[in-house]
Ligand binder design. Structure first.
Ligand code: ZN
Length: 192
């Protein structure tokens, strides 16, 4: 798949939407990202994950794929399927990223961290630290979409799609000035 086909697939499944949106930050934007919509289509999710895995450096040695719950799980599972490697996920308990369900990170394992959308990568960074605490090493981070924030992790990063999501204050919104109806997809109500 080329970059245009990838972008089209994400737009057609409404994982990426164009319009007029109020983000959870309160700012307005013409773009809204909700990767879960892609996961409604398992075969397409597997295709995109396989493409992302295919774009990793050939000499990258990976023993294990790990994702933060909940967003990263389906993508990480699909990446692990494509790579034919084991997959586990982390969860947050009282705000702390941990392994549950008797999951283990083998000592010395080379671990690929997989996330659906990365903005600053705060969760990714917590997973990376958990991997290192277990005596293993992170070899790279893979994601479906890089939303272009200033990243907090230093590992090599392989997003399938780099996406600029511009946002601005409500009182400085050209779409509002044009009277275009706004939606707030992060909540259940349509706000003005
Ligand atoms: Zn607006």
């Amino acid at each position: 798949m080329n970059d245009e086909e990838i972008r089209l697939a994400l737009e057609q499944t409404k994982a990426i939407r164009k319009g007029h949106f109020r983000l959870t930050s309160g700012k307005h934007s013409d773009t809204y990202v909700q990767c879960a919509r892609l996961m409604e289509h398992p075969r397409l999710t597997n295709r995109l994950a396989a493409e992302a895995a295919h774009r990793l450096p050939e000499d990258l040695e990976i023993d294990l794929v790990i994702s933060p719950a909940v967003g990263g799980i389906l993508f990480g599972f699909a990446v692990a399927t494509a790579l034919d490697r084991p997959f586990i996920f982390t969860e947050r308990v009282n705000g702390v990223m941990v392994l549950r369900r008797a999951f283990e990170i083998p000592f010395g394992a080379r671990v690929l961290v997989a996330e659906d959308v990365v903005t600053t990568g705060g969760s990714v960074q917590e997973v990376c630290e958990l991997v290192r605490q277990n005596g293993a090493m992170t070899v790279a981070v893979i994601a479906l979409i890089d939303r272009g924030g200033s990243r907090v992790f230093s590992d090599e990063f392989f997003p399938l799609l780099r996406l600029e999501v511009p946002s601005w204050d409500a009182d400085n919104c050209g779409l509002c000035k044009d009277g275009i109806e706004i939606s707030a997809p992060g909540s259940r109500t349509i706000a003005k």
